[in-house]
Design a binder for this molecule. Structure first.
Ligand code: GDP
Ligand code: ZN
Length: 294
């Protein structure tokens, strides 16, 4: 039979579950050792004769990847073809806006739309820094996975997108995903193991279809994702209001630190740019340059 296009919807090591164009889901393995498909990948696959398994033969072009350096410094790809990054802060643990800014910076560089959630609205309100994200053009939602407040709004924001949900541990990412999935939807518990052993393996990364439309890629790695520091240029591009104001700086290569004629510094002084966001920018730039020099 001919190869067909499929979507990787669950993975465990070298075992994958694919969704075919007709919606059917099949288990598969991967041709050769070099191919490393991840959740969200579009692949070419073919059924293996006299077996239930399919075989992935090719990964189609990715629009982006979520990656992180592993312990040996190699880059590990966690997910592909992401359309939306949902950054969660909460009433508790206390919101760390610098961490939120780092995620947003990564998303800008991935060419991914971002949404900022303030979860646990049942136990506290965000400070004014949260509203600043709305001012610079990010969608923001105050919600509670516990009480269900505004979870419907989160669901409609995610509709038609493949999203990942990130943020500090304990802010309620898993709770939000479960609340979006609702009661009746089941996570894929396992992918059938090699037929010879008849073993089943636990899924470690999964693309979950949401009842209201859209999907979320969930895995421990994605939940713990911390953006790797990138180069200075990426930090510049990662703060949209600073990047925009920077078009009016006297020098094209202005880093908005101590340069004369800096439109960004002027905007911070006039209050047009949040001093706290500018501080995040400086902090991330300093961190990145320190790593760059090593
Ligand atoms: P994660 O580490 O970001 O995935 O966070 P979890 O989903 O595991 O949630 C951490 C803790 O916060 C759990 O004890 C949840 O019950 C609690 N939690 C999650 N969402 C809410 C919420 O909206 N309100 C309150 N009060 N607690 C919540
Ligand atoms: Zn400048």
């Amino acid at each position: 039979m001919l190869q067909t296009e499929a979507l990787v919807v669950a993975t465990y090591s070298r075992r994958m579950r694919l969704q075919l164009a007709n919606g059917e889901r099949v288990d598969s393995r991967i041709k050769g050792k070099k191919l490393k498909p991840v959740c969200g990948d579009r692949v070419l696959a073919e059924p293996i004769e006299n077996e239930n398994d399919w075989l992935i033969t090719e990964i189609l072009d990715r629009s982006n990847v979520l990656n992180r350096p592993d312990s040996s410094g190699r880059v590990e790809i966690l997910a592909a073809n992401i359309e939306m990054l949902v950054v969660v802060a909460a009433a508790s643990p206390a919101a760390d806006w610098f961490i939120v800014d780092r995620y947003l910076c990564a998303a800008e560089n991935m060419g991914v739309q971002s949404v900022v959630l303030f979860n646990k609205s049942d136990i506290g309100k965000p400070d004014s820094n949260f509203d600043d994200y709305e001012v610079i053009g990010y969608d923001t939602v105050r919600c509670s996975a516990e009480s269900g407040e505004n979870i419907g709004q989160v669901a409609s924001t995610l509709r038609d997108h493949t999203a990942i949900i990130v943020g500090q541990s304990g802010v309620g990412k898993s709770s939000i995903i479960n609340s979006l999935l609702g009661e009746e939807s089941l996570r894929t518990a396992e992918i059938s193991g090699k037929t010879r052993e008849g073993r089943h393996t636990t899924v470690n990364s999964e693309l979950l279809d949401l009842p209201a439309g859209g999907s979320v890629i969930d895995s421990p790695g994605v939940r713990d994702y911390a953006p790797a520091l990138t180069n200075a240029g990426q930090v510049l591009r990662g703060f949209r209001e600073i990047d925009e104001a920077g078009q009016n700086c006297r020098f094209a290569n202005c880093r908005h630190l101590r340069e004369p004629g800096c439109a960004v510094k002027a905007a911070v002084e006039s209050g047009a740019i949040s001093a706290r966001r500018y501080e995040s920018y400086r902090r991330l730039l300093a961190l990145t340059e320190k790593l760059d020099k090593r």
